[in-house]
Design a protein. Structure first.
Length: 189
């Protein structure tokens, strides 16, 4: 499973469609602890960066987004990297999750986070990783799983990435937005 991470510049991009940055993808993949027989749902797939990286490491991925440009971008990236073990679904995750069979979930973006979390818990998903840039969503996710702290363990990491840029006198670091990565794993009793 020693797959290398794909560089951000290698992905097809459309303005306005987010791509999870390489370093964040690497941490998120690590938090998912993917195995070759895992089936994962990518909720809010955006440009498909996580979709592609997960599909390289597991059995199958369902990529869901309700934005047409995101669906187009994800499909182009799946073609670009010759990924065949993925189904791309245009629509609201709330409307399609019940019909899918998967054992892990990645949430890259969603407006109805509490509804999504409740569906995932109802489906008995044992391993969920959520990335959020919005602090209010991080609080909602944490509070939602704290209500179930006898069932789920929670791991929270806030990641700040800075890239070096050459200037006249040396190098300076340019910071990207920090991302909160929340991992929720069902406890086994």
């Amino acid at each position: 499973m020693g797959e290398k991470m794909i560089k951000d510049d290698d992905f097809f991009r459309i303005d306005g469609v987010p791509l999870t940055k390489e370093e964040i993808r690497a941490i998120s993949i690590g938090k998912l602890q993917l195995k070759s027989d895992d089936v994962v749902v990518d909720i809010g797939c955006g440009s498909g960066g996580m979709t592609v990286e997960m599909a390289k490491r597991c059995k199958f991925v369902y990529a869901i987004d309700n934005v047409k440009k995101a669906i187009t971008t994800t499909k182009k990236n799946l073609d670009r990297f010759n990924i065949k073990n993925c189904e791309v679904i245009e629509g609201n995750a709330e409307d399609v999750l019940f019909d899918l069979k998967f054992n892990k979930a990645f949430i890259g973006g969603t407006k109805n986070i509490l509804n999504i979390l409740n569906i995932l818990k109802e489906k008995n998903v044992k391993h969920i990783v959520a990335n959020t840039i919005v602090l209010e969503n991080a609080v909602k996710i944490i509070n939602n799983f704290n209500k179930n702290d006898d069932i789920y363990s929670i791991d929270i990491v806030n990641v700040s990435i800075s890239y070096g840029k050459k200037i006249n006198v040396g190098h300076m670091m340019i910071a990207k937005n920090p991302i909160t990565i929340i991992t929720c794993k069902k406890k086994y009793k």
